[in-house]
Each structure stands twice: as structure tokens, then as C-alpha cells.
Design a protein around this ligand. Structure first.
Ligand code: G6P
Ligand code: MN
Length: 441
């Protein structure tokens, strides 16, 4: 049986431990030969690397595991590169969230002005990283879930138009399917969704029962109205995520056609959400005080003890498992279904061909084959066409170093929506992103 060489870009991420454990759990399904963690911040990555050494020595001794800050060592000979970099780190996430919020507009990791700030940083870092990967691993599959995935996908589409081995993907649609399964009391893999949208901006039009073919969307609607909507792993979630999933009930009451992606809340209720976010304590603070502390405390404990102890429990990490299953689909030409970001080319019939859209795809050795959803209704078309325009203008701004295009991008974003506000926020973001953005003129 072939075994695979995998690199994780963003080895110092708070999500990496979940990956390391999931690779052990799924070792029979997806056999690894070599795993390399790469991060530009060696100091941050080191405890995670050391944790990995202890974990694999105990649970997967035949794995060739290492961690590095050297691009050649990281990429050479890789079959798969999983990319989860966070351009600017959590301190810049905090600024992305707080700067717009201090001006009365939603500050969010991937949506609105904050997402656009992050988007420009990610364009810079991702373009460089993918060129590095292609220098050392021309045939590697690049599975990107670095954010904001919509903007990154648009940028990589332009930078590498002929590269068919770059896949952009997000776990949130699958998370919503998992949540629906909790509500329905079934296994999430028994649900066969139909989905359309952009990354972090989409809807499920159907949710079929794979066994009977019944469309369960009406039942999901009824149950959501009665009981609300929870993440599948609600017991492990912070309050802000519970609030986010809770908004699905409100969205479905106002727009009962479809089951929304949780991120739709920002686009549909920008004023309400802005008024309910705390400008002094945002999700970045919650992550730094919560997950980040927990992950690095777990590393310190394990490193000090020199052994894993009780740290390897059975709780599955949905995010990591999803990515490993995506790699499996390609490696074993499974042609199973995943929700992936692809160039539209008619998948959403009435949206422009060169938009990067998120739809259900069959995924195998030759990449994703999108499933068409036909024309989408006027309301959804209007929302998405506006956002596609905003994201494309932002990527224009990146390539042309154009202040004007960035101003247009922010003005068109529903979470800003006003040219004077857009200019004010843009000027503050330029200041905060010095050296990390292209210089806009
Ligand atoms: C979901 C989204 C990711 C996003 C993450 C943020 O998984 O799909 O794109 O980065 O949430 O989670 P956090 O817990 O860091 O706020
Ligand atoms: Mn995502």
C-alpha cells in the first residue's frame, strides 16, 4: 500500500494538535510515511513539534516526523500540503475585529472589513508560500483552508490559473450538516446535501436522506423553530459559537427557503450583530484566552512529563478529520462528495463563470467535479453578486496596489456599505497592516 508524505503549513496553529491526533486515529485509512510541520515562527511551533515527537513515539513509531522553518525541508517530495496559515497571527485577528467595530461596523475574522484586511495579508503570504511549494513539490496537492478562503481562492485562481492541484476548502458547511444531524438524530454521513454559495456565505437548498431520498429540509426547519440550532459538538464550544449557531433559528424564521451557513448572520443582520459584539473583547480574545492557552498548556504538560499520559482521548476533531478525508478522496480516487470552493463555470447558472463558489463536488484523483445547482433566486443572487464583486475588487487592489479598488471593495461589502465609512476604516487598516499589505496608492 502506498504511504503518503504530508506537510502542514502553520505548524504553530492552535488547530495542529487536533491534526496530529487525527493522523494517529486515521492511520489505517490514510497511511502516512512522513509528516513535517512548517511555520515561519519557529518558537511558536516548537512546543507543538515536541508534543508531536512524544505522541508519535508512543502511538505511531514508524512515522517519520519532524518540524522545521526551512521551506525546502518542508516541501520537498511532499504528496500533500495542508495549509492553515494565519497571516499576521492572532494579534492581527484582534485588530481585524476591533478596528471596524470601533467605527460601528462588524469586525469579524473573515467577513466584512476585518476579513478584507486579513484577505490582503493572506494574498501576500499565500502567493509566496504556493510559489515556494511549487519550487520543491511541483505535483503536490495543496489543500488550502487558510482564511479568508473566498479571497485566497480568488487570488490563487489568478496567480496559478493552470494549476489544477490547488484546492480551497472550509469546514463550516460540513459543520452545519453535522449540526443538522444532531437535530435530526441521525448520522451526519447519512445526509446528502445540496449547497450553493461563496465561502462563508451560502445555503443548503436540500438535505436528502441518503437511504430513502426524502428531503429532510422541511423537518430541519420545523425542528429548528421548535428547539433552536446547536453545533454538533456544542458541549465543547465557547458561548460566542453557541450564539452564532443560535442565529440559524432567526435566519430561518425570516428567510425560510433554505438552511443557512452560520456566517450568513453577518450579511443579513449587520446592524444587529455590530450592536451585539463587544468592541473590547472579541472572538480573537476568546481564542487567545481559551483555545490558545489550553493547547500550549497541554504541550507544556506533555513535554514536562515526557509522555502523553491521558491526553490522547477518543474525541474526534471534526475539522482535522474532514481535511484528512479530503486527502483520502484524492489519494484513493474515491469520487465521494465534499463541499469545495471551485471556479463557478456554470455550477450556479446565473452567476458569473469566474466567481469562486462553494458547492458540492465529487472529489477524486483528478480533483473536484462540481454539481450544478441551476439558477438561484433573485434574493440570493443579489447578495452573492454583490459579495463576489467586493471580493474581486479587493484582489484587484492587491494586484494593482490600488487604494481606489480597495475603497470600492469595502464600500460594496454589505458589512460596511457606505463610502465615507469605508474610507475611514480603510485608512485605519492601512496603518495597522503596514509591511503586511501591498502598499496601496
Ligand atoms: C470555522 C470556519 C473557519 C474559521 C473558524 C474560526 O471553522 O470555517 O474558517 O477560521 O471557524 O474558529 P475560531 O474558533 O478560531 O473562532
Ligand atoms: Mn471556513
Amino acid at each position: 500500500m502506498k504511504t503518503y508524505d504530508v506537510c502542514i503549513v502553520g505548524g504553530g496553529s492552535t488547530f495542529t494538535l487536533g491534526f496530529l491526533k487525527s493522523f494517529v486515529r486515521l492511520r489505517d485509512e490514510f497511511p502516512l510515511r512522513r509528516l513535517v510541520l512548517f511555520d515561519i515562527d519557529g518558537e511558536r511551533q516548537e512546543p507543538i513539534g515536541k508534543y508531536g515527537e512524544i505522541l508519535f513515539k508512543e502511538r505511531f513509531p514508524e512515522l517519520d516526523f519532524s518540524y522545521t522553518t526551512d521551506v525546502e525541508e518542508a516541501y520537498k517530495g511532499m504528496d500533500f500540503v495542508f495549509m492553515q496559515m494565519r497571516a499576521g497571527g492572532l494579534p492581527m485577528r484582534e485588530k481585524d475585529e476591533k478596528i471596524p467595530l470601533s467605527m460601528g461596523k462588524i469586525g469579524q475574522e473573515t467577513c466584512g472589513a476585518g476579513g478584507m484586511a486579513y484577505g490582503l495579508r493572506s494574498c501576500v503570504d499565500m502567493v509566496k508560500a504556493v510559489h515556494d511549494i511549487r519550487t520543491y513539490a511541483p505535483m503536490a496537492w495543496i489543500l488550502n483552508y487558510s482564511n479568508p478562503a473566498a479571497i485566497v481562492a480568488e487570488c490563487l485562481r489568478r496567480e496559478f490559473p493552470d494549476d489544477k492541484r490547488i484546492l480551497n476548502i472550509c469546514d463550516q458547511p460540513e459543520n452545519v450538516v453535522r449540526s443538522a444531524s444532531r437535530l435530526l438524530g441521525c448520522d451526519w454521513e447519512d445526509l446528502d446535501p445540496v449547497y450553493f454559495g461563496l465561502n462563508h456565505y451560502g445555503w443548503f437548498t436540500h438535505m436528502y436522506d441518503v437511504h430513502t431520498g426524502e428531503d429532510l429540509l422541511p423537518k430541519i426547519k420545523r425542528l429548528t423553530a421548535e428547539r433552536g440550532f446547536l453545533p454538533q459538538d456544542a458541549e465543547q464550544r465557547d458561548q460566542s459559537w453557541l450564539d452564532t449557531y443560535g442565529m440559524v433559528q432567526t435566519i430561518m424564521a425570516d428567510f425560510p427557503d433554505y438552511l443557512p451557513n452560520t456566517y450568513d448572520q453577518y450579511y443579513l443582520y449587520p446592524d444587529y450583530k455590530a450592536a451585539h459584539l463587544d468592541p473590547n473583547y472579541t472572538r480573537a480574545n476568546e481564542v487567545m484566552d481559551g483555545r490558545e492557552k489550553r493547547v500550549f498548556a497541554e504541550c507544556s504538560e506533555v513535554i514536562a512529563a515526557g509522555k502523553l499520559g491521558d491526553k490522547f482521548h477518543a474525541i474526534s476533531d471534526a475539522h482535522a478529520e474532514m481535511m484528512i478525508k479530503v486527502a483520502e478522496a484524492i489519494a484513493y480516487n474515491k469520487n465521494d462528495r465534499h463541499i469545495i470552493i471551485v471556479e463557478n463555470n456554470g455550477a450556479i447558472a446565473n452567476l458569473q463563470d469566474d466567481a469562486m463558489v462553494e458547492v458540492v463536488c465529487e472529489l477524486g484523483i483528478n480533483g473536484p467535479r462540481p454539481m450544478r445547482v441551476g439558477n438561484i433566486p433573485q434574493f440570493y443572487y443579489g447578495l452573492l453578486a454583490q459579495q463576489v464583486s467586493s471580493e474581486k475588487l479587493l484582489v484587484d487592489a492587491y494586484y494593482e496596489h490600488s487604494y481606489q479598488k480597495a475603497l470600492m471593495a469595502l464600500t460594496l461589502n454589505r458589512l460596511v456599505n457606505d463610502a465615507k465609512k469605508a474610507r475611514q476604516i480603510l485608512d485605519a487598516l492601512i496603518e495597522a497592516n503596514k509591511g503586511m499589505w501591498p502598499e496601496l496608492k
